[in-house]
Write a protein that binds this ligand. Structure first.
Ligand code: ATP
Ligand code: MG
Length: 422
């Protein structure tokens, strides 16, 4: 036998046993988005490489070392999207969705990053994200955070906390950058290699370092909040007031800078301590400069993205509850003519009882083996259709989850019987 082919390292199959949890998540997301008036956008998984270089930033982990980039058969450089925001902006500009209007959008789908696979970190993973365009005031910042909190409630997630910061305007960021460079230069011997590289290219990112040896130095660094411009400070106050009044707890973390270049003003992360090192479930912020940077007109913008694998891992861990998609009814087919009779009867039941989850046994086999499968299906009821039942225009009904006696039900009564018992 030849060796079987395995999935690519860092990618995962979502097997039928897990897909009910994914579908339940997707249903909650869809419903929540409707309640806020956000609409779905679906963009291609493949984009021009330039899109990500120009948006995420050349000196970021993603662009420097994580992208799946290749030349296609025409020699064009393409990249499997590592995140969703750049594609939303591209599509918004391309289709004229952004200029002089507001857009509230959401998306979901696979993202690709060539990272070292570990718990909560994969090479193909899934994000759900939200983007709002055309609104510069902090009410929309607050809306996105309230929406996050509502999602966690709907998903019965606990132990998630909110960290918040403001990066200020582009000018304020530049001021702070200079101060920060000076600080790190005076502690040059304490910088790790990554941070030394960042010092000239992207010094704010040093604050984002995951290296524990860098924490003390980072903690003592000058605080971004002291260099905020007046407008950003005022808007940050409004945001905090709305959150305080709405009862949303948060901590202001002046070292929260986010890994992507395009952020300004509000940035935030929803974090849990329950998942070990990969504790950030959801992250986002304002990116007022990005639309113009990608060739559109100046458009204020804010969004967030959440990692679905991490979120579902937390959900499973915190509730321990299995989410299943068992059928309601399992139909056993026994003997001559039962396939014909049974399949047609099953079709009729599906017509008359919309939403009924009915699995028809196909492929024959002994009564005993069919019953075993019925039991394993999780169904509450087994319908047994054998030659004797067919002759008498009846169906034998067995309750699989309690001790109620097996009964014979007239075919004409079956729909009513199921309606009452399921
Ligand atoms: P991290 O700091 O964990 O690398 P990030 O800042 O790179 O995260 P974002 O680009 O903001 O992450 O993506 C938003 C969310 O997507 C993250 O908070 C996380 O939940 C999820 N995510 C990011 N990278 C991965 C990955 N490789 N595997 C699984 N989930 C991921
Ligand atoms: Mg990352």
């Amino acid at each position: 036998m030849s060796k079987s082919i395995q999935s690519v390292r860092g990618t995962h199959d979502i097997l039928p046993d897990q897909s009910a949890r994914w579908q339940a998540f997707e249903a909650i997301v869809r419903q929540t988005m409707q309640t806020y008036g956000y609409r779905e956008i679906r963009t291609p998984v493949l984009e021009s490489t330039d899109l990500f270089c120009r948006s995420i930033g050349e000196v970021t982990d993603i662009v420097e070392k994580e992208m799946y980039t290749f030349a296609d058969r025409n020699g064009d450089s393409l990249t499997l999207r590592p995140e969703g925001t750049a594609s939303c902006v591209r599509a918004g500009i391309q289709h004229g969705l952004l200029h002089n209007q507001t857009q509230r959008l959401w998306y979901t789908g696979p993202m690709f990053r060539h990272e070292r696979p570990q718990k909560g970190r994969y090479r193909q993973f899934h994000q759900f994200g939200v983007e709002a365009y055309g609104i510069s005031t902090p009410d929309i910042d607050a809306e996105l955070i309230l929406m996050g909190a509502r999602l966690w409630r709907a998903l019965q997630l606990k132990d998630i906390r909110l960290e918040l910061n403001s990066l200020g305007s582009v000018a304020a960021r530049a001021n702070y950058r200079a101060v920060l460079v000076e600080y790190f230069q005076s502690h040059h011997d304490q910088l790790d290699e990554d941070s030394r590289n960042r010092l000239t290219t992207n010094p704010l990112r040093i604050l984002d370092s995951k290296n524990p040896d860098m924490q003390a130095l980072n903690n003592a660094a000058p605080s971004l909040l002291e260099y905020l411009d007046e407008e950003s400070a005022r808007e940050f106050d409004v945001l905090k007031l709305i959150l305080d009044t709405a009862g949303i707890a948060y901590t202001v973390n002046p070292r929260l800078v986010r890994g992507l270049d395009y952020y300004c003003k509000t940035v935030f992360e929803w974090v849990t301590d329950q998942l070990g090192a990969q504790g950030t479930i959801c992250a986002g912020g304002r990116y007022d400069g990005l639309v113009a940077q990608l060739g559109g007109r100046e458009t204020p913008a804010i969004g967030f993205a959440l990692g679905i694998e991490r979120l579902l891992a937390l959900q499973e861990q915190s509730s321990g509850q299995m989410i299943t998609d068992d059928v309601d009814v399992y139909m056993l087919l026994q003997g001559e003519g039962s396939e014909l009779k049974g399949l047609l009867l099953a079709e009729n039941l599906r017509n008359e009882l919309p939403g009924l989850k009915l699995l028809t046994h196909c492929g024959g086999g002994s009564f005993k083996s069919q019953m075993k499968k019925a039991d394993r299906s999780g169904a509450a009821l087994a319908l047994i259709l054998g030659e004797a039942e067919i002759r008498a225009a009846q169906v034998a009904v067995k309750f699989l989850r309690d001790k109620t006696e097996q009964q014979l039900i007239a075919e004409s009564e079956l729909i009513n019987f199921i309606r009452i018992n399921i």
